[in-house]
Ligand binder design. Structure first.
Ligand code: HEM
Length: 141
């Protein structure tokens, strides 16, 4: 799955958003940034405010909502995601990517348990984050 392609399930079934709704994706954004805020290895790359109401969390919530098949609030506000280009101002090496992905996976696990997300949907979301985060690497450690 290419990271800028809207998510569809393997054939043409319901999107992830149609299956799980908005709340798990909002909770994912909060949980991801809560973990990043506590990780000294990558914290300094991010904005000072990573609280649930912050711009950083709002950007992530709107992006993942849109990517997984929900409303296009991210693009309505900011245009085409161009995620790799938007990350070029940060030096993202393998180590930072692995740290980020670890937090994304932990946030996903928390959300999956809280919202009883089915295993196929969880696997689809995990695969996206693993693949897309590798695509953000733009620097060698
Ligand atoms: C699946 C992988 C990823 C996705 C979907 C993703 C998504 C996003 C989005 C939507 C934004 C907001 C961009 C904007 O509108 O300006 C963002 C910001 C950012 N991302 Fe990522 N990202 C990913 C991977 C990574 C990785 C691996 C790193 C490395 C540590 C990273 C570091 C950052 C930083 C530092 C910001 C700025 C956040 C802020 O405003 O404080 N991202 N990301």
């Amino acid at each position: 799955m290419h990271p800028i392609t809207p998510s569809q399930s393997p054939s043409s079934g319901p999107t992830v958003y149609e299956r799980i709704g908005a709340a798990p994706l909002a909770d994912f954004a909060v949980g991801l940034y809560r973990r990043i805020a506590e990780d000294a290895s990558i914290r300094s790359m991010f904005s000072d405010d990573l609280s649930p109401g912050s711009a950083a969390v709002g950007d992530m919530r709107e992006f993942v909502t849109q990517f997984f098949g929900g409303p296009n609030a991210y693009s309505d506000r900011k245009g085409h995601p161009r995620l790799r280009a938007r990350h070029m101002r940060f030096a993202i090496g393998q180590t930072a990517r692995d740290a980020w992905l670890g937090h994304a996976m932990a946030a996903l696990d928390e959300v999956a348990a809280a919202h009883a997300i089915d295993s196929a949907t969880l696997a689809e979301m995990r695969a996206y984050f693993a693949h897309a985060s590798a695509f953000m690497i733009n620097h060698s450690d």
